[in-house]
Design a protein around this ligand. Structure first.
Ligand SMILES: [Fe+2]
Ligand SMILES: [Fe+2]
Length: 272
């Protein structure tokens, strides 16, 4: 089966690119299941319940998040209510929402999706992603061998180490958060698909999705500046992973990058 994983949707340009491309990509790659990282989809910071519902209507199966999960206060209730939106699993006990879910495809295959947050160069003091992941994988494995991990982290070393640590016990580990797609997609020795970062879906003529002039000023002056989502060079980034659903082992991983023309940049809904 083919699993589509799409990188961090950034603001309105990212949402438009997802909406513009999703159906065509699904047909082209014969996609059975779609996972989308939504952590920057609301104006670049977090996700709202309204935007998440729109993504499900578009045909996304599971939404993952990251360090921006708490940026929109409103979403906390929704995280508790909606089964197929997951935030990093290694936030301390008591955090709203859940860190993993299992969804059944239309052909009856169960797929577990786990969201983890790295600790290196990150702003939150979360639990150890290695040990937390291991415990969740053990639990999900009792129901299905098909397990996909979104490792949301800054440091390449932490993501690669986690991939090797869990190799052979999950179908795939894909990285998110840096917004820059890496060219290291591979099948690890024990048949887990791996990539350090699948990239973002949003304006790429920017500094990781934000207006480039503002960010350059921030570096030049050492002072805070107002962040705003850039608009130009919009592109969708992600991977397609082919998994043998009887064993959960990955057979192939392919990177995708799809530019999205500015004139197509109109959402079907009026959301910001
Ligand atoms: Fe992030
Ligand atoms: Fe992000």
């Amino acid at each position: 089966m083919n699993i589509l994983c799409i990188g961090d949707i950034v603001g309105k340009p990212g949402r438009a690119a997802l909406e513009g491309h999703l159906e065509n990509i699904k047909q082209e790659f014969d996609i059975d299941f779609t996972i989308v990282n939504a952590e920057n989809s609301a104006g670049g910071s977090g996700v709202t319940s309204r935007i998440a519902k729109h993504f499900f209507e578009m045909g996304c199966d599971v939404l993952t998040l990251g360090d921006h999960v708490w940026d929109q206060k409103e979403v906390e209730t929704y995280l508790n209510e909606e089964e197929f939106i997951v935030r990093p699993a290694n936030f301390p006990n008591g955090a709203p929402g859940k860190g993993w879910c299992i969804k059944t495809t239309s052909s009856g295959v169960k797929i577990g999706v786990i969201n983890m947050l790295g600790r290196v160069f990150m702003r939150y003091y979360v639990d150890c992603p290695f040990r937390a992941l291991e415990a969740i994988v053990e639990e999900i494995s009792q129901q299905t061998p098909n397990i996909i991990v979104d490792m949301h982290a800054e440091a390449t070393s932490e993501k690669i180490a986690l991939g090797h640590f869990i190799d052979g016990r999950v179908s795939a580990v894909f990285g998110t958060h840096t917004h820059i797609q890496t060219a290291d997609e591979k099948i690890l020795p024990k048949q887990t698909a791996y990539i350090t970062d699948i990239g973002m879906t949003g304006p790429c003529d920017s500094v990781i999705g934000q207006n480039k002039e503002n960010i350059v000023q921030r570096f030049l002056t050492g002072r805070p500046v107002r962040f705003s989502v850039a608009q130009e060079g919009v592109s969708l980034h992600g991977v397609v992973i082919d998994v043998d659903e009887t064993t959960g082992r990955a057979r192939n991983i392919v990177r995708i990058q799809r530019p999205f023309a500015a004139q197509e940049n109109a959402l079907s809904s009026e959301e910001k």
